[in-house]
Design a protein around this ligand. Structure first.
Ligand code: HEM
Length: 538
Protein backbone atom coordinates (compact mmCIF):
# COMPACT_ATOMS: atom_id res chain seq x y z
CA UNK A 1 0.00 0.00 0.00
CA UNK A 2 3.03 2.30 0.20
CA UNK A 3 2.81 5.33 -2.09
CA UNK A 4 5.53 4.22 -4.49
CA UNK A 5 4.45 6.53 -7.25
CA UNK A 6 3.96 9.71 -5.25
CA UNK A 7 6.71 12.29 -4.86
CA UNK A 8 7.59 13.71 -1.45
CA UNK A 9 5.21 16.56 -2.18
CA UNK A 10 2.37 14.21 -3.07
CA UNK A 11 2.51 14.91 -6.81
CA UNK A 12 2.15 11.75 -8.91
CA UNK A 13 5.44 10.87 -10.59
CA UNK A 14 7.04 8.13 -12.63
CA UNK A 15 4.96 5.14 -13.59
CA UNK A 16 1.73 6.55 -12.25
CA UNK A 17 2.10 9.83 -14.04
CA UNK A 18 2.84 8.26 -17.38
CA UNK A 19 0.01 5.75 -16.91
CA UNK A 20 -2.49 8.46 -16.07
CA UNK A 21 -1.25 11.52 -17.85
CA UNK A 22 -2.87 10.72 -21.23
CA UNK A 23 0.34 11.57 -23.05
CA UNK A 24 0.63 8.56 -25.37
CA UNK A 25 1.51 9.01 -29.03
CA UNK A 26 -2.02 8.27 -30.22
CA UNK A 27 -5.57 8.55 -28.97
CA UNK A 28 -7.18 5.44 -27.49
CA UNK A 29 -10.39 4.32 -25.83
CA UNK A 30 -10.33 3.83 -22.05
CA UNK A 31 -9.39 0.22 -22.89
CA UNK A 32 -6.26 1.39 -24.72
CA UNK A 33 -7.59 0.55 -28.17
CA UNK A 34 -6.21 2.92 -30.79
CA UNK A 35 -8.76 5.28 -32.36
CA UNK A 36 -8.60 6.73 -35.82
CA UNK A 37 -10.94 9.65 -35.09
CA UNK A 38 -13.09 11.09 -32.30
CA UNK A 39 -15.05 13.89 -33.95
CA UNK A 40 -17.90 11.99 -35.58
CA UNK A 41 -20.24 9.42 -34.09
CA UNK A 42 -20.94 6.22 -35.97
CA UNK A 43 -24.12 6.80 -37.97
CA UNK A 44 -26.40 5.04 -40.42
CA UNK A 45 -25.24 7.22 -43.29
CA UNK A 46 -24.00 10.82 -43.15
CA UNK A 47 -27.49 12.16 -42.29
CA UNK A 48 -28.71 9.09 -40.38
CA UNK A 49 -29.20 8.41 -36.65
CA UNK A 50 -26.31 7.38 -34.41
CA UNK A 51 -25.79 3.68 -33.84
CA UNK A 52 -26.04 2.10 -30.40
CA UNK A 53 -23.04 -0.05 -31.27
CA UNK A 54 -20.75 3.03 -31.20
CA UNK A 55 -18.87 2.07 -28.04
CA UNK A 56 -16.47 5.00 -28.33
CA UNK A 57 -19.35 7.52 -28.41
CA UNK A 58 -21.05 5.94 -25.42
CA UNK A 59 -17.88 5.56 -23.38
CA UNK A 60 -16.75 9.14 -24.07
CA UNK A 61 -20.12 10.66 -23.18
CA UNK A 62 -20.65 8.35 -20.20
CA UNK A 63 -17.36 9.49 -18.69
CA UNK A 64 -18.06 13.15 -19.32
CA UNK A 65 -21.52 12.79 -17.76
CA UNK A 66 -19.87 11.74 -14.49
CA UNK A 67 -16.95 14.19 -14.33
CA UNK A 68 -18.37 16.21 -11.45
CA UNK A 69 -18.20 15.16 -7.84
CA UNK A 70 -20.16 16.90 -5.08
CA UNK A 71 -18.49 20.05 -3.85
CA UNK A 72 -17.60 20.24 -0.16
CA UNK A 73 -20.68 20.99 1.93
CA UNK A 74 -18.68 23.91 3.39
CA UNK A 75 -15.30 25.35 2.26
CA UNK A 76 -16.17 24.43 -1.35
CA UNK A 77 -14.07 27.20 -2.87
CA UNK A 78 -10.35 26.83 -2.31
CA UNK A 79 -6.80 26.76 -3.59
CA UNK A 80 -3.90 24.59 -2.51
CA UNK A 81 -0.14 24.21 -2.71
CA UNK A 82 2.58 21.74 -1.82
CA UNK A 83 5.41 22.59 0.50
CA UNK A 84 7.63 21.59 3.33
CA UNK A 85 7.50 22.04 7.09
CA UNK A 86 10.79 22.25 9.01
CA UNK A 87 10.61 21.89 12.80
CA UNK A 88 12.98 23.86 15.03
CA UNK A 89 12.69 21.41 17.93
CA UNK A 90 11.10 23.89 20.38
CA UNK A 91 8.11 21.57 20.81
CA UNK A 92 10.24 18.50 21.53
CA UNK A 93 9.89 19.02 25.29
CA UNK A 94 6.10 18.87 25.16
CA UNK A 95 5.42 16.31 22.40
CA UNK A 96 6.99 13.10 21.19
CA UNK A 97 5.64 13.75 17.65
CA UNK A 98 8.62 12.84 15.47
CA UNK A 99 7.96 15.55 12.87
CA UNK A 100 8.33 18.25 15.54
CA UNK A 101 11.87 17.19 16.48
CA UNK A 102 14.66 19.66 15.58
CA UNK A 103 15.51 19.79 11.90
CA UNK A 104 12.95 17.25 10.69
CA UNK A 105 11.54 18.14 7.26
CA UNK A 106 8.02 17.00 6.43
CA UNK A 107 6.25 17.31 3.07
CA UNK A 108 2.90 19.07 3.32
CA UNK A 109 -0.14 20.07 1.28
CA UNK A 110 -2.07 23.18 2.34
CA UNK A 111 -5.54 24.22 1.16
CA UNK A 112 -7.01 27.68 1.80
CA UNK A 113 -10.73 28.24 1.34
CA UNK A 114 -13.73 30.45 1.91
CA UNK A 115 -16.46 28.81 3.99
CA UNK A 116 -19.81 29.66 2.53
CA UNK A 117 -19.59 30.25 -1.23
CA UNK A 118 -19.90 27.49 -3.79
CA UNK A 119 -16.97 26.21 -5.86
CA UNK A 120 -17.37 28.95 -8.44
CA UNK A 121 -17.87 31.87 -6.06
CA UNK A 122 -15.59 34.91 -5.81
CA UNK A 123 -12.48 34.95 -3.64
CA UNK A 124 -12.50 38.39 -1.99
CA UNK A 125 -15.83 38.07 -0.16
CA UNK A 126 -16.34 38.87 3.52
CA UNK A 127 -16.09 35.42 5.10
CA UNK A 128 -13.94 33.27 7.35
CA UNK A 129 -11.10 31.48 5.52
CA UNK A 130 -10.05 27.85 5.98
CA UNK A 131 -6.35 27.08 6.47
CA UNK A 132 -5.85 23.30 6.37
CA UNK A 133 -2.47 21.56 6.27
CA UNK A 134 -1.70 17.90 5.73
CA UNK A 135 1.66 16.84 7.16
CA UNK A 136 2.87 13.59 5.51
CA UNK A 137 4.96 12.50 8.51
CA UNK A 138 6.98 9.30 8.91
CA UNK A 139 4.56 8.30 11.68
CA UNK A 140 1.45 8.77 9.55
CA UNK A 141 -0.54 11.77 8.41
CA UNK A 142 -1.29 14.69 10.73
CA UNK A 143 -3.88 17.25 9.60
CA UNK A 144 -4.14 20.70 11.17
CA UNK A 145 -7.57 21.85 9.94
CA UNK A 146 -7.90 25.46 11.04
CA UNK A 147 -9.29 28.86 10.10
CA UNK A 148 -7.91 32.40 9.79
CA UNK A 149 -10.06 33.52 12.74
CA UNK A 150 -9.07 32.16 16.17
CA UNK A 151 -12.60 31.75 17.54
CA UNK A 152 -15.57 29.82 16.16
CA UNK A 153 -19.28 30.64 15.80
CA UNK A 154 -20.65 27.92 18.03
CA UNK A 155 -19.55 25.88 21.01
CA UNK A 156 -21.08 22.50 20.20
CA UNK A 157 -20.83 20.69 16.85
CA UNK A 158 -24.48 19.68 17.04
CA UNK A 159 -25.26 23.29 16.00
CA UNK A 160 -22.99 23.17 12.94
CA UNK A 161 -25.72 22.15 10.46
CA UNK A 162 -27.85 25.01 11.87
CA UNK A 163 -25.24 27.76 11.52
CA UNK A 164 -24.34 26.54 8.04
CA UNK A 165 -28.01 26.47 6.98
CA UNK A 166 -28.30 30.04 8.27
CA UNK A 167 -25.12 31.26 6.57
CA UNK A 168 -25.53 29.56 3.18
CA UNK A 169 -27.53 31.42 0.49
CA UNK A 170 -31.24 31.80 1.11
CA UNK A 171 -33.08 28.66 0.01
CA UNK A 172 -35.48 30.51 -2.29
CA UNK A 173 -33.22 32.65 -4.51
CA UNK A 174 -29.80 31.26 -3.51
CA UNK A 175 -28.66 34.82 -2.80
CA UNK A 176 -26.14 35.90 -1.59
CA UNK A 177 -23.17 33.70 -2.38
CA UNK A 178 -21.08 35.55 0.19
CA UNK A 179 -21.57 35.22 3.91
CA UNK A 180 -23.29 37.63 6.24
CA UNK A 181 -25.47 39.91 4.13
CA UNK A 182 -28.82 38.32 4.77
CA UNK A 183 -31.68 37.67 7.14
CA UNK A 184 -31.01 34.09 8.17
CA UNK A 185 -27.38 34.79 9.03
CA UNK A 186 -28.25 37.73 11.30
CA UNK A 187 -31.23 35.89 12.68
CA UNK A 188 -28.96 33.04 13.78
CA UNK A 189 -26.11 35.09 15.23
CA UNK A 190 -28.42 37.46 17.12
CA UNK A 191 -30.31 34.51 18.63
CA UNK A 192 -27.16 32.42 19.31
CA UNK A 193 -25.04 35.11 20.89
CA UNK A 194 -22.06 32.77 21.37
CA UNK A 195 -21.41 33.67 17.68
CA UNK A 196 -20.82 37.37 18.43
CA UNK A 197 -17.05 37.21 18.91
CA UNK A 198 -16.59 35.35 15.61
CA UNK A 199 -18.86 37.81 13.83
CA UNK A 200 -16.86 40.75 15.24
CA UNK A 201 -13.72 39.26 13.64
CA UNK A 202 -15.59 38.76 10.36
CA UNK A 203 -16.83 42.37 10.34
CA UNK A 204 -13.26 43.53 10.94
CA UNK A 205 -10.66 43.74 8.18
CA UNK A 206 -9.75 40.10 8.99
CA UNK A 207 -12.93 39.11 7.10
CA UNK A 208 -11.47 40.35 3.78
CA UNK A 209 -7.84 39.20 3.63
CA UNK A 210 -5.64 40.72 0.91
CA UNK A 211 -4.11 37.37 0.08
CA UNK A 212 -3.99 33.83 1.43
CA UNK A 213 -0.28 34.59 1.89
CA UNK A 214 -1.05 37.36 4.38
CA UNK A 215 -3.43 35.47 6.64
CA UNK A 216 -2.83 34.02 10.06
CA UNK A 217 -4.14 30.52 10.79
CA UNK A 218 -5.43 29.02 14.02
CA UNK A 219 -6.15 25.46 15.16
CA UNK A 220 -8.80 27.11 17.41
CA UNK A 221 -9.45 24.11 19.68
CA UNK A 222 -7.16 23.25 22.53
CA UNK A 223 -5.17 20.07 21.81
CA UNK A 224 -3.36 17.82 24.29
CA UNK A 225 0.29 17.06 23.61
CA UNK A 226 2.24 14.26 25.27
CA UNK A 227 6.01 13.93 25.52
CA UNK A 228 8.15 10.81 25.67
CA UNK A 229 7.97 10.82 29.48
CA UNK A 230 4.17 10.68 29.29
CA UNK A 231 3.71 14.28 30.53
CA UNK A 232 0.87 16.23 28.95
CA UNK A 233 0.43 19.91 28.00
CA UNK A 234 -2.58 21.70 26.57
CA UNK A 235 -1.86 23.82 23.47
CA UNK A 236 -3.39 26.05 20.84
CA UNK A 237 -1.78 26.12 17.37
CA UNK A 238 -1.07 29.38 15.48
CA UNK A 239 0.24 30.06 11.96
CA UNK A 240 1.94 33.46 11.56
CA UNK A 241 2.63 34.65 8.00
CA UNK A 242 6.16 35.91 7.37
CA UNK A 243 4.59 38.16 4.71
CA UNK A 244 2.76 40.05 7.47
CA UNK A 245 -1.00 40.31 7.96
CA UNK A 246 -2.77 42.42 5.34
CA UNK A 247 -6.39 42.97 4.46
CA UNK A 248 -8.35 44.62 1.69
CA UNK A 249 -10.62 47.57 2.33
CA UNK A 250 -14.25 46.96 1.43
CA UNK A 251 -14.26 49.11 -1.72
CA UNK A 252 -11.19 47.24 -3.04
CA UNK A 253 -12.84 43.90 -2.31
CA UNK A 254 -15.99 44.92 -4.20
CA UNK A 255 -14.00 45.99 -7.26
CA UNK A 256 -11.76 42.92 -7.17
CA UNK A 257 -14.69 40.52 -6.98
CA UNK A 258 -16.02 42.02 -10.18
CA UNK A 259 -12.75 42.37 -12.03
CA UNK A 260 -11.01 39.18 -10.90
CA UNK A 261 -13.09 36.70 -8.88
CA UNK A 262 -10.01 34.39 -8.84
CA UNK A 263 -7.88 37.02 -7.12
CA UNK A 264 -6.69 34.90 -4.19
CA UNK A 265 -6.02 31.67 -6.05
CA UNK A 266 -4.22 33.59 -8.80
CA UNK A 267 -2.11 35.43 -6.24
CA UNK A 268 -1.04 32.20 -4.51
CA UNK A 269 -0.20 30.37 -7.75
CA UNK A 270 1.61 33.39 -9.27
CA UNK A 271 3.73 33.94 -6.17
CA UNK A 272 4.81 30.30 -6.05
CA UNK A 273 5.47 30.17 -9.78
CA UNK A 274 7.61 33.31 -9.47
CA UNK A 275 9.65 31.70 -6.67
CA UNK A 276 8.30 34.06 -3.96
CA UNK A 277 7.42 31.11 -1.72
CA UNK A 278 5.10 32.13 1.09
CA UNK A 279 6.15 31.13 4.60
CA UNK A 280 4.42 30.80 7.94
CA UNK A 281 5.80 30.15 11.39
CA UNK A 282 3.91 27.49 13.31
CA UNK A 283 3.63 28.32 16.98
CA UNK A 284 1.96 27.02 20.10
CA UNK A 285 0.53 28.62 23.21
CA UNK A 286 1.01 26.18 26.08
CA UNK A 287 -1.14 25.76 29.18
CA UNK A 288 -0.72 23.42 32.14
CA UNK A 289 -2.95 20.34 31.81
CA UNK A 290 -4.98 21.01 34.93
CA UNK A 291 -8.13 19.00 35.79
CA UNK A 292 -10.41 22.02 35.19
CA UNK A 293 -8.86 22.70 31.73
CA UNK A 294 -9.06 26.47 32.43
CA UNK A 295 -6.39 29.16 32.01
CA UNK A 296 -6.69 32.63 33.63
CA UNK A 297 -10.46 32.18 33.89
CA UNK A 298 -10.78 31.15 30.22
CA UNK A 299 -12.34 27.76 29.51
CA UNK A 300 -9.88 25.99 27.19
CA UNK A 301 -12.66 23.73 25.89
CA UNK A 302 -14.71 26.71 24.66
CA UNK A 303 -13.86 27.27 20.96
CA UNK A 304 -15.42 30.75 21.01
CA UNK A 305 -12.59 32.00 23.25
CA UNK A 306 -8.98 32.92 22.60
CA UNK A 307 -6.24 33.14 25.18
CA UNK A 308 -4.60 36.55 24.59
CA UNK A 309 -0.94 36.31 23.67
CA UNK A 310 0.05 38.54 26.59
CA UNK A 311 -1.18 35.82 28.91
CA UNK A 312 0.37 32.92 26.97
CA UNK A 313 2.94 33.91 24.34
CA UNK A 314 3.12 31.99 21.08
CA UNK A 315 6.33 29.97 20.84
CA UNK A 316 7.56 29.19 17.32
CA UNK A 317 8.02 25.46 16.68
CA UNK A 318 8.74 25.36 12.94
CA UNK A 319 8.34 26.95 9.52
CA UNK A 320 6.05 26.11 6.63
CA UNK A 321 7.12 27.01 3.08
CA UNK A 322 4.74 26.53 0.16
CA UNK A 323 6.94 25.92 -2.86
CA UNK A 324 5.03 24.01 -5.55
CA UNK A 325 1.70 24.51 -7.27
CA UNK A 326 -0.54 21.51 -7.90
CA UNK A 327 -0.25 20.21 -11.44
CA UNK A 328 -3.89 19.11 -11.48
CA UNK A 329 -6.51 21.00 -9.48
CA UNK A 330 -9.02 18.15 -9.37
CA UNK A 331 -6.54 15.43 -8.42
CA UNK A 332 -4.97 17.42 -5.63
CA UNK A 333 -6.91 20.47 -4.40
CA UNK A 334 -10.38 19.05 -4.99
CA UNK A 335 -9.74 15.49 -3.83
CA UNK A 336 -7.67 16.26 -0.76
CA UNK A 337 -9.46 15.01 2.36
CA UNK A 338 -8.55 16.68 5.66
CA UNK A 339 -9.70 15.42 9.03
CA UNK A 340 -9.04 16.79 12.55
CA UNK A 341 -8.87 13.13 13.71
CA UNK A 342 -5.75 12.51 11.61
CA UNK A 343 -3.37 12.65 14.57
CA UNK A 344 0.11 11.25 15.21
CA UNK A 345 1.66 9.93 18.43
CA UNK A 346 2.18 12.86 20.81
CA UNK A 347 -0.88 14.88 19.68
CA UNK A 348 -4.35 14.16 21.05
CA UNK A 349 -7.74 15.85 21.08
CA UNK A 350 -9.57 17.38 24.05
CA UNK A 351 -13.24 17.17 25.02
CA UNK A 352 -14.13 20.45 23.27
CA UNK A 353 -17.65 19.57 22.06
CA UNK A 354 -17.10 21.29 18.72
CA UNK A 355 -13.98 19.23 18.04
CA UNK A 356 -15.71 16.04 19.16
CA UNK A 357 -18.41 16.50 16.48
CA UNK A 358 -15.80 17.28 13.84
CA UNK A 359 -14.19 13.92 14.53
CA UNK A 360 -17.31 12.29 13.04
CA UNK A 361 -18.15 14.80 10.33
CA UNK A 362 -15.14 14.81 8.01
CA UNK A 363 -14.87 11.05 7.40
CA UNK A 364 -18.60 10.89 6.98
CA UNK A 365 -18.83 13.65 4.38
CA UNK A 366 -15.81 12.36 2.45
CA UNK A 367 -17.50 8.98 2.13
CA UNK A 368 -20.05 10.54 -0.22
CA UNK A 369 -17.93 13.39 -1.60
CA UNK A 370 -15.14 11.06 -2.70
CA UNK A 371 -17.29 8.06 -3.60
CA UNK A 372 -16.82 5.27 -1.08
CA UNK A 373 -14.45 4.21 1.66
CA UNK A 374 -11.16 4.02 -0.28
CA UNK A 375 -10.39 7.74 -0.68
CA UNK A 376 -7.23 7.35 1.42
CA UNK A 377 -5.77 5.65 -1.68
CA UNK A 378 -6.16 8.78 -3.85
CA UNK A 379 -2.56 9.96 -4.40
CA UNK A 380 -2.94 13.29 -2.55
CA UNK A 381 -4.42 11.49 0.46
CA UNK A 382 -1.92 8.62 0.64
CA UNK A 383 0.17 8.62 3.79
CA UNK A 384 3.91 8.67 3.20
CA UNK A 385 4.27 6.16 6.04
CA UNK A 386 3.70 2.47 5.24
CA UNK A 387 0.04 1.44 5.52
CA UNK A 388 -1.11 -1.92 6.85
CA UNK A 389 -4.71 -1.32 7.84
CA UNK A 390 -6.31 -4.70 7.04
CA UNK A 391 -9.08 -2.81 5.20
CA UNK A 392 -10.19 -4.72 2.11
CA UNK A 393 -12.26 -4.31 -1.02
CA UNK A 394 -14.99 -1.66 -1.33
CA UNK A 395 -15.85 0.84 -4.07
CA UNK A 396 -12.86 2.20 -6.01
CA UNK A 397 -10.41 -0.20 -4.42
CA UNK A 398 -7.16 0.20 -6.33
CA UNK A 399 -4.80 -1.87 -4.17
CA UNK A 400 -4.13 -5.53 -4.86
CA UNK A 401 -3.74 -6.80 -1.34
CA UNK A 402 -1.52 -9.78 -0.61
CA UNK A 403 -1.94 -12.45 2.03
CA UNK A 404 -4.96 -14.42 3.11
CA UNK A 405 -5.56 -13.30 6.68
CA UNK A 406 -6.51 -9.61 7.08
CA UNK A 407 -7.12 -9.99 10.80
CA UNK A 408 -4.93 -10.12 13.90
CA UNK A 409 -3.79 -12.26 15.50
CA UNK A 410 -3.51 -14.85 12.78
CA UNK A 411 -1.30 -17.87 12.36
CA UNK A 412 -1.18 -17.82 8.55
CA UNK A 413 0.32 -14.52 7.38
CA UNK A 414 3.18 -13.97 9.83
CA UNK A 415 3.44 -12.13 13.11
CA UNK A 416 1.56 -9.25 14.65
CA UNK A 417 4.26 -7.05 16.21
CA UNK A 418 1.96 -4.19 17.13
CA UNK A 419 0.10 -6.43 19.55
CA UNK A 420 3.22 -6.88 21.68
CA UNK A 421 2.05 -3.89 23.72
CA UNK A 422 5.53 -2.46 24.21
CA UNK A 423 5.88 -0.40 21.09
CA UNK A 424 5.72 3.16 22.38
CA UNK A 425 5.91 4.58 18.87
CA UNK A 426 2.30 3.50 18.33
CA UNK A 427 -0.55 5.99 18.65
CA UNK A 428 -1.88 5.64 22.18
CA UNK A 429 -4.67 7.97 23.31
CA UNK A 430 -3.69 9.88 26.42
CA UNK A 431 -5.49 8.16 29.30
CA UNK A 432 -7.76 10.69 30.94
CA UNK A 433 -9.82 10.38 34.05
CA UNK A 434 -13.41 11.38 33.41
CA UNK A 435 -15.25 13.26 36.16
CA UNK A 436 -18.11 11.36 37.74
CA UNK A 437 -21.04 12.75 35.82
CA UNK A 438 -24.41 12.02 34.32
CA UNK A 439 -25.68 11.91 30.75
CA UNK A 440 -27.12 15.29 29.83
CA UNK A 441 -27.52 17.81 27.02
CA UNK A 442 -26.17 21.06 28.40
CA UNK A 443 -23.00 23.17 28.48
CA UNK A 444 -20.93 24.29 31.44
CA UNK A 445 -21.61 27.72 32.95
CA UNK A 446 -18.13 28.78 31.75
CA UNK A 447 -19.53 28.74 28.18
CA UNK A 448 -22.09 31.46 29.05
CA UNK A 449 -19.94 34.57 28.49
CA UNK A 450 -20.81 35.59 24.92
CA UNK A 451 -19.73 39.24 24.77
CA UNK A 452 -16.50 39.95 26.64
CA UNK A 453 -14.15 38.60 23.97
CA UNK A 454 -16.00 40.36 21.15
CA UNK A 455 -15.48 43.54 23.17
CA UNK A 456 -11.82 42.71 23.88
CA UNK A 457 -11.18 42.24 20.16
CA UNK A 458 -13.09 45.39 19.11
CA UNK A 459 -11.33 47.57 21.67
CA UNK A 460 -7.92 46.27 20.60
CA UNK A 461 -8.40 47.72 17.08
CA UNK A 462 -7.08 51.08 15.89
CA UNK A 463 -9.67 53.84 15.30
CA UNK A 464 -9.52 53.27 11.52
CA UNK A 465 -10.09 49.55 11.99
CA UNK A 466 -12.96 50.26 14.39
CA UNK A 467 -14.51 52.53 11.78
CA UNK A 468 -14.27 49.69 9.23
CA UNK A 469 -16.06 47.40 11.70
CA UNK A 470 -18.89 49.92 12.16
CA UNK A 471 -19.20 50.34 8.39
CA UNK A 472 -19.22 46.58 7.84
CA UNK A 473 -22.02 46.01 10.37
CA UNK A 474 -23.99 48.89 8.86
CA UNK A 475 -23.56 47.59 5.31
CA UNK A 476 -24.26 43.94 6.09
CA UNK A 477 -27.19 44.63 8.43
CA UNK A 478 -28.47 47.00 5.76
CA UNK A 479 -28.94 43.90 3.57
CA UNK A 480 -30.93 42.22 6.33
CA UNK A 481 -34.52 43.14 5.61
CA UNK A 482 -36.24 41.87 8.78
CA UNK A 483 -36.34 44.81 11.17
CA UNK A 484 -36.79 42.68 14.26
CA UNK A 485 -33.57 40.80 13.38
CA UNK A 486 -31.64 44.08 12.96
CA UNK A 487 -32.93 45.27 16.31
CA UNK A 488 -31.91 42.00 17.99
CA UNK A 489 -28.39 42.27 16.53
CA UNK A 490 -28.15 45.89 17.72
CA UNK A 491 -29.04 44.56 21.16
CA UNK A 492 -26.07 42.19 20.99
CA UNK A 493 -23.84 45.11 19.94
CA UNK A 494 -25.13 47.16 22.87
CA UNK A 495 -23.90 44.39 25.15
CA UNK A 496 -20.50 44.46 23.43
CA UNK A 497 -19.72 48.16 22.99
CA UNK A 498 -22.14 51.09 23.34
CA UNK A 499 -20.32 53.42 20.92
CA UNK A 500 -20.16 50.79 18.19
CA UNK A 501 -23.84 50.04 18.70
CA UNK A 502 -24.76 53.74 18.48
CA UNK A 503 -22.84 54.18 15.20
CA UNK A 504 -24.39 51.15 13.56
CA UNK A 505 -27.87 52.09 14.82
CA UNK A 506 -27.45 55.57 13.36
CA UNK A 507 -26.37 54.11 10.02
CA UNK A 508 -29.45 51.89 9.99
CA UNK A 509 -31.78 54.68 11.10
CA UNK A 510 -32.81 52.76 14.22
CA UNK A 511 -32.66 53.71 17.92
CA UNK A 512 -29.63 52.34 19.83
CA UNK A 513 -30.81 49.97 22.59
CA UNK A 514 -29.39 49.96 26.12
CA UNK A 515 -27.30 46.95 27.19
CA UNK A 516 -29.24 44.08 28.73
CA UNK A 517 -26.50 41.67 29.75
CA UNK A 518 -26.12 41.42 33.47
CA UNK A 519 -23.26 38.92 33.35
CA UNK A 520 -20.43 39.80 35.62
CA UNK A 521 -17.80 39.25 32.91
CA UNK A 522 -19.53 41.82 30.72
CA UNK A 523 -19.33 44.47 33.37
CA UNK A 524 -16.05 43.37 34.89
CA UNK A 525 -13.75 41.15 32.79
CA UNK A 526 -11.45 38.78 34.70
CA UNK A 527 -8.49 40.69 36.26
CA UNK A 528 -5.97 39.35 33.74
CA UNK A 529 -8.18 40.25 30.78
CA UNK A 530 -9.13 43.69 32.07
CA UNK A 531 -5.43 44.61 32.34
CA UNK A 532 -4.98 44.07 28.62
CA UNK A 533 -6.98 47.15 27.64
CA UNK A 534 -6.09 48.35 24.18
CA UNK A 535 -2.62 46.88 24.14
CA UNK A 536 -3.63 43.47 22.88
CA UNK A 537 -1.75 43.14 19.58
CA UNK A 538 -3.16 41.51 16.49
C1 HEM B 1 -14.35 21.53 5.89
C2 HEM B 1 -12.26 24.15 9.35
C3 HEM B 1 -15.88 23.12 12.39
C4 HEM B 1 -17.60 20.06 9.14
C5 HEM B 1 -13.49 22.35 6.57
C6 HEM B 1 -12.31 22.92 6.01
C7 HEM B 1 -11.71 23.65 6.98
C8 HEM B 1 -12.52 23.54 8.16
C9 HEM B 1 -10.41 24.42 6.86
C10 HEM B 1 -11.83 22.78 4.57
C11 HEM B 1 -10.88 21.63 4.44
C12 HEM B 1 -10.36 21.57 3.02
O1 HEM B 1 -9.68 22.52 2.61
O2 HEM B 1 -10.64 20.57 2.35
C13 HEM B 1 -13.07 24.10 10.47
C14 HEM B 1 -12.75 24.70 11.73
C15 HEM B 1 -13.78 24.42 12.59
C16 HEM B 1 -14.73 23.63 11.86
C17 HEM B 1 -11.49 25.47 12.02
C18 HEM B 1 -13.95 24.79 14.03
C19 HEM B 1 -12.98 25.11 14.84
C20 HEM B 1 -16.63 22.16 11.80
C21 HEM B 1 -17.70 21.45 12.44
C22 HEM B 1 -18.17 20.57 11.54
C23 HEM B 1 -17.41 20.74 10.31
C24 HEM B 1 -18.15 21.66 13.88
C25 HEM B 1 -19.27 19.57 11.67
C26 HEM B 1 -19.76 19.11 12.79
C27 HEM B 1 -16.90 20.25 7.99
C28 HEM B 1 -17.18 19.52 6.76
C29 HEM B 1 -16.23 19.96 5.83
C30 HEM B 1 -15.41 20.92 6.48
C31 HEM B 1 -18.28 18.51 6.55
C32 HEM B 1 -16.07 19.48 4.39
C33 HEM B 1 -14.96 18.44 4.37
C34 HEM B 1 -14.77 17.78 3.04
O3 HEM B 1 -15.68 17.75 2.22
O4 HEM B 1 -13.65 17.23 2.83
N1 HEM B 1 -13.61 22.74 7.88
N2 HEM B 1 -14.27 23.46 10.56
N3 HEM B 1 -16.47 21.71 10.52
N4 HEM B 1 -15.84 21.08 7.78
FE1 HEM B 1 -15.03 22.22 9.19
Amino acid sequence: DAPETVSPTGTPTGAQKSANSQSGAYLTTAQGVRLYETDHSLKAGPRGPSLLQDHHLREKIMHFDHERIPERVVHARGAGAHGVFVANGAAAGVTKAGFLAAGVETPVFTRFSTVVGSRGSADAVRDTRGFATKFYTDEGTFDLVGNNIPVFFIQDGIKFPDIVHAAKPHPDREIPQAQSAHDTFWDFVSLHTEAQAHVMWQMSDRGIPRSFRTMEGFGIHTFRLQNAAGETTLVKFHWKPKQGIHSLVWEEAQLINGADPDFHRRDLADAIEAGAFPEWELGIQTFPDTPDEMFEGIDLLDPTKIVPEELAPVQTIGTLTLNANPTNFFAETEQVAFHPGHLVPGIDVTNDPLLQARLFSYLDTQLSRLGGPNFAQIPINRPHAPVNDMFRDGMHQSAVHGGVAPYRPNSLDGGCPFLAGEDMSAYIEVPQELPASMKLRESPASFDDHFSQARLFFRSLTPVEQEHVAQAYTFELGKCYEENVRIRQLQALANIDGELCAKVAEGLGLPAPAPTSTREDDVQPSPALSQLGKSWPL
